[in-house]
Ligand binder design. Structure first.
Ligand SMILES: Nc1ncnc2c1ncn2[C@@H]1O[C@H](COP(=O)(O)OP(=O)(O)OP(=O)(O)O)[C@@H](O)[C@H]1O
Length: 363
């Protein structure tokens, strides 16, 4: 099946822990929302229209994508199993909305998983470009090139005064959401985050959890993005987010230094306890694993932990999620069984020690 290669326990290249300020800015995303002018918007279209939209967009990407050196795989969402869709959501490649599969829809994924184009989500077209580290301009260039290619072959719903028209008015205008995923343990520990979040909201930006709208900041990972899409150019939106993110990164660095110099032993103890939990637990909930991952990540950044590869931690953040665990166990798992499988996964990936209970089931 076309989807299989994207379900492998292998991180996408944008999770590679590479790029600018990657110790704090883990990844960057640009999302463009577009609609095709000859069809009703997804909230109102018929199943027949949904199929036609999918066909029109997929034909361009599969055929012309090569002009930009992209090889796309088309995945028809209704032909996939629920668990497979959830794995794609956990990898940040599709949204929970598309995963619900309400009408004909698809996702087109580039081989390196840095481009994911959702068809018939809330809008006909959602172009998503992902990059490791803090690279707003680069991620935008990739999305923009693909957008221009599509626009050459499809007629977008566009209004001279309002810009790109979208299902939800909050996306009208540029149709762009630019976001940076930030690991902010020191601002969280020092509670400074509680005054930063409202301040960010007052200047037209929004702070979300690691899985987007409605999700929590699991493991001190926050997503910061623009709220406004109308009345500002793409360039201005990117510049504002760039400036805001640079300030937050500086504040996080200062907070890390303050915690380290005020109470080094307390910090070291916390980091090594978390490392112990990840490498020796027999049961691990998602919340506990995320908290410990955050501590260990901080320990690596502060050079307290020296012999651990950060990209393994990035992978574990994804692979420890419920759907992934079930996909790799090849069976549905109850919550307690998942905690057991999660603890096994961490010991396997982080420990050199062999597992003496390998192969046992949770009892
Ligand atoms: N910088 C980022 N790095 C990696 N993944 C990201 C990043 N920003 C957002 N995502 C992922 O993209 C998905 C969608 O996020 P979110 O709901 O905020 O975006 P959206 O497409 O703008 O949706 P909406 O239109 O509902 O606001 C989530 O899985 C989120 O984790």
């Amino acid at each position: 099946m076309a989807i299989d290669r994207f379900l492998q326990p292998r991180a996408s290249s944008w999770m590679a822990n590479a790029g600018e300020n990657v110790d704090i800015a883990m990844s960057t995303r640009i999302r463009l929302a577009r609609n095709i002018s000859d069809f009703h918007f997804p909230y109102a279209f018929s199943e027949d229209e949904a199929l036609k939209v999918d066909k029109a967009i997929s034909a361009v990407l599969l055929d012309k994508g090569r002009e930009l050196d992209y090889n796309f795989t088309h995945i028809d969402i209704q032909e996939t199993q629920q668990l497979e869709r959830e794995v794609l959501v956990e990898k940040h490649l599709i949204s929970p909305y598309l995963a619900r599969g309400q009408h004909s829809g698809s996702v087109l994924l580039s081989d390196n998983e840095e481009l994911s184009i959702m068809v018939n989500e809330e809008d006909h077209l959602r172009i998503q470009s992902l990059q490791s580290g803090f690279h707003l301009q680069e991620a935008y260039q990739v999305a923009n090139r693909l957008d221009s290619l599509l626009e050459k072959h499809l007629s977008y719903a566009f209004h001279e005064k309002f810009g790109y028209l979208t299902s939800c008015p909050t996306n009208t205008g540029t149709g762009m959401r630019a976001s940076v995923m930030l690991h902010l343990p020191a601002l969280t520990m020092s509670h400074q985050i509680n005054r930063i979040i409202p301040a960010i909201s007052r200047i037209g930006m929004v702070v979300r959890g690691s899985y987007g709208e409605g999700s929590e900041a699991l493991g001190n990972v926050y997503q910061i993005s623009n709220q406004l899409t109308l009345g500002k150019s793409e360039h201005e939106i990117l510049q504002d987010l760039q400036n805001m993110t640079e300030q937050i990164i500086q504040q996080e660095r200062r907070a890390r230094e303050a915690i380290r110099s005020n109470s080094p032993i307390v910090l070291e103890d916390r980091i090594y306890r978390s490392l112990g939990t990840l490498t020796h637990s027999r049961l691990l909930t998602t919340e506990e694993a995320a908290k410990c991952l955050s501590d260990v990540r901080l320990g690596i950044d502060l050079k307290m932990i020296k012999d651990m590869d950060m990209s393994i931690l990035n992978e574990l953040m994804i692979f420890m999620q419920p759907a992934f665990l079930q996909q790799y166990s090849n069976k549905p798992l109850e919550p307690k069984e998942r905690d057991f499988a999660r603890a096994n996964l961490f010991r396997e990936r982080l420990n050199k020690e062999s597992l003496n209970d390998e192969g046992e089931d949770y009892v």
